[in-house]
Design a protein around this ligand. Structure first.
Ligand code: ATP
Ligand code: MG
Length: 337
């Protein structure tokens, strides 16, 4: 049985323009100990998916459909107090901006002690010892327990956040852009740290990022999000080497402009759809070089291999698409329609 299973999960935000469906009918599975990477351009719903799983949606957001089964329970049905026992101990999270993740008015030690004591029978002293051990493990030393977050560098703060997420050895960790905003060397260090700790604990992990190289490096499985939908999911090697959705092909192509402008994820012309009024049928059609009339209809989720699916009418032509999509002019001029 899977550790985490999402079935037909949809999430909406109430906005001035009407309901915005940021996550649409997502099906997803994660086995114990597995690392799942989620990639996609800005605004495709990655963070919303994370907040949906963690029950951290803002006031205007709500899950409008589906089930999220974790270890035999439906997370969408948990009460506030049930969430208090699940969060950190069973599902923890690492968010992008560590300064926001840590409370500026408490010392690092105090934040550990609070979380540890809420979930264990540890005395204050025992919790502090455990916190110190965790700090040593992430390479910043127990001497920093009395520091306030602002006394640490960005990289050190992110190490603290990683240590907090792992302190109670949860079976699932969700990390949203855990290395974004850090300098390149620190990014690599934090990524290595996360990988080492994850493999030591054997926790499952969902790692969300717009940086494909991160996913290629760490994830067993990869999910690609576009316009609120999961458009392709499979083993990372299959998703990257045997892509079945044209969006994935566009994302993974190393076009010259990507080298010139490494901040840009894609060289796919255009932008993701507005999620208040998403296009009918395939959401990627308007940017897809292989679009046909059929794409005005909602594409099916097709199996294309072992635990590998793609949401496209033309998965049977994926090999040709891969070939053509590796040429930049396919994207700039549009292919044979
Ligand atoms: N609190 C909110 N209220 C209204 N709309 C929101 C809110 N948060 C996000 N959205 C919208 O939901 C959609 C998905 O946003 P989300 O933050 O989940 O995307 P993302 O893939 O994480 O993007 P990024 O890569 O920039 O972090 C976007 O259209 C965004 O504008
Ligand atoms: Mg995000």
């Amino acid at each position: 049985m899977s550790l985490l299973e999402l079935r037909d999960v949809s999430t909406e935000y109430e906005t001035d323009d009407g309901p915005l469906r940021a996550v649409e009918s997502v099906d997803m599975e994660l086995e114990a100990g597995e690392i799942l990477g989620i990639v996609g351009e800005s605004g495709c719903g990655k963070t919303t998916l994370m907040k949906t799983i963690l029950n951290l949606l803002p006031g205007n957001g709500r899950v409008v459909g589906g089930e999220i089964e974790f270890d035999g329970r439906d997370l969408t049905q948990l009460s506030k107090s049930e969430w208090q026992s699940v969060r950190w101990a069973e599902i923890s999270y690492i968010i992008q901006n560590a300064m926001n993740a840590l409370d500026p008015v408490y010392t690092v030690g105090a934040q550990f002690v609070e979380i540890i004591r809420a979930h264990t029978d540890d005395s204050k002293a025992e919790a502090r010892t455990r916190a110190g051990d965790m700090l040593e493990k992430v390479g910043i030393g127990r001497g920093r327990l009395n520091d306030y977050p602002h006394e640490l560098s960005g990289g050190q703060r992110q190490r603290v956040v990683v240590a907090l997420a792992l302190a109670l050895e949860p079976p699932l960790i969700v990390a949203d852009e855990p290395t974004t905003g850090l300098d390149v060397v620190t990014q690599e260090e934090i990524l290595t740290l996360i990988q080492d700790m994850q493999s030591e604990l054997g926790s499952a992990m969902i790692i969300i990022t717009h940086d494909i190289s991160v996913v290629a490096e760490v994830a067993d499985r990869t999910g690609v999000m576009y316009g609120g939908q999961l458009v392709e999911v499979g083993d990372t090697v299959d998703v990257f080497n045997n892509s079945a959705h044209p969006y994935t092909m566009g994302l993974t192509n190393a076009f010259p402009s990507l080298a010139d402008n490494p901040e840009r994820l894609v060289s796919i012309p255009g932008t993701p759809p507005d999620l208040v009024t998403p296009p009918e049928g395939c959401r990627f059609a308007e940017r897809c070089p292989f679009e046909t009339e059929a794409c005005a209809r909602e594409p099916p989720v097709e199996g294309v291999g072992d635990r590998h699916t793609a949401r496209c009418h033309y998965t049977d032509q994926a090999a040709r698409f891969r070939e053509e999509s590796s040429r930049e002019d396919t994207w700039t001029e549009g292919a044979d329609r």
